[in-house]
Design a binder for this molecule. Structure first.
Ligand SMILES: *[C@@H]1O[C@H](CO)[C@@H](O)[C@H](O)[C@H]1NC(C)=O
Ligand SMILES: *[C@@H]1O[C@H](CO)[C@@H](O)[C@H](O)[C@H]1NC(C)=O
Ligand SMILES: *[C@@H]1O[C@H](CO)[C@@H](O)[C@H](O)[C@H]1NC(C)=O
Ligand SMILES: *[C@@H]1O[C@H](CO)[C@@H](O)[C@H](O)[C@H]1NC(C)=O
Ligand SMILES: *[C@@H]1O[C@H](CO)[C@@H](O)[C@H](O)[C@H]1NC(C)=O
Length: 353
């Protein structure tokens, strides 16, 4: 999730990059069978979704994720990640023992990395169109479909890969901004319906293991808790998140019943893992649980704001002890804690073959 609005020149540029990428990709396709790794475990990770998963797809000029102080912990400078360091994608890649997949936008810049899979996630997007002009999840899946058509990825590649989907709430923030909570319940039904159709499509492309994040407790995000000076989570918001997660669970259970191995689809329980870390922060060496590490100097500014060459934000002394980085996104320490929790929750084992 992220909220910025000065992004409109971007789509045109984006498609120029897309079209000019083709030649390099074909070269790569000619090579990558030689590098095809071991038959144990997945060889590739394909990632779809939003800023919880994006590792640099948004163009530099238009995103805070490419400005200081983003990336100060890892890699030490802004890298297009919405955090001080690593994000969910990086941890899932680590678990699968593959390199964090290259952002779609860079596939022709480092073509040899195409063999580790690809990250199609764009910050701010949702399963439907949101307030940002970036590709929604349907379009992100179209990108993979096109690469398959172009023979960048083969059927064997897909059989041997994992897909990760992050649907972290931008559809809901857009809905709340335009409609308030009126009709929210039926909107939840349509978000889950669209997510389910995306899952089916990715399976039909040949991916054998598909991991989808449950919605995190939106009511605990600093953006929401700011109204209580970051003192407590908003239970009303968390209640509708639970509705989303319940419907998603039902849909995924049903999908699995229809597949031969009954375990193609896996839910990453980001709700319980976030809550567990927030309820027991000291277990994870987190001292600062709801107060974000990086905040705007006033309500007119946000993390990364600069005006007349003057920084209009403050960064906490120790990002490693804070769970949240900015108003919406966890720090690397936060993601690391969530990852460690997911590993103990049995969710992650299911994504290995
Ligand atoms: C995704 O974006 C495309 C292009 O803007 C649009 O045509 C399509 O309707 C969107 N899909 C959904 C499910 O919102
Ligand atoms: C908001 O409500 C209107 C009228 O009910 C509906 O047509 C529209 O789709 C809703 N907005 C969103 C984002 O779903
Ligand atoms: C989504 O909704 C459409 C229209 O109501 C329906 O035809 C379709 O079966 C639903 N898909 C899933 C996966 O629930
Ligand atoms: C919690 O969020 C709801 C809307 O989702 C809002 O109406 C309510 O005022 C919030 N509660 C607090 C304590 O901020
Ligand atoms: C925020 O910006 C508005 C309009 O630019 C200005 O009137 C207001 O004084 C600013 N508030 C703060 C706290 O800086």
């Amino acid at each position: 999730m992220n909220f910025h609005n000065q992004l409109f020149p971007l789509l045109t540029l984006f498609f120029i990059v897309f079209l000019s990428g083709e030649r390099v990709l074909q070269t790569e396709a000619g090579h990558h069978h030689h590098h095809h790794p071991h038959h144990h475990g997945p060889a590739k990770l394909f990632v779809f979704g939003d800023s919880y998963a994006d590792t640099g797809n948004i163009q530099k000029a238009v995103s805070k994720s490419w400005k200081d102080p983003y990336g100060i912990t890892f890699p030490g400078k802004p890298s297009g990640r919405f955090s001080d360091g690593r994000v969910l994608t990086d941890y899932i890649a680590k678990y699968l023992k593959v390199k964090s997949p290259i952002p779609y936008r860079y596939r022709k810049v480092i073509p040899e990395h195409v063999k580790y899979g690809m990250n199609f996630a764009f910050g701010g997007t949702g399963v439907f169109n949101t307030l940002v002009p970036f590709p929604n999840m349907t379009t992100q899946i179209d990108f993979l479909q096109q690469l398959i058509k172009d023979k960048v990825y083969s059927a064997l590649d897909l059989t041997n890969s994992v897909a990760l989907l992050s649907v972290a709430g931008n559809d809901y923030s857009r809905f709340m901004q335009t409609n308030g909570s009126q009709g929210l319940e039926s909107f939840v039904v349509s978000v889950v319906n669209q997510t389910t159709m995306n899952l089916i499509r990715i399976k039909e492309l040949g991916v054998k293991k598909i991991v989808v994040g449950a919605l995190q407790p939106l009511g605990c995000l600093p953006q929401i808790t700011a109204s209580t000076s970051f003192q407590r989570c908003n239970e009303t918001s968390n209640a509708f998140v639970l509705l989303h997660n319940t419907l998603l669970n039902q849909a995924v259970t049903k999908l699995n019943q229809q597949t031969r191995d009954r375990s193609t689809f896996v839910i990453l329980n980001l709700f319980d893992s976030f809550m567990s870390v927030l309820n027991h922060p000291s277990t994870h060496n987190i001292r600062n649980k709801l107060y974000p590490c990086c905040v705007g100097a006033s309500s007119n500014y946000s993390c990364g704001s600069v005006e007349n060459d003057v920084k209009k934000y403050r960064v906490c002394d120790d990002p490693k002890s804070a769970f949240f980085w900015d108003l919406v996104h966890p720090t690397q320490a936060g993601w690391n804690a969530v990852y460690n929790k997911l590993r103990t929750m049995n969710d992650l084992q299911q994504i290995l073959y």
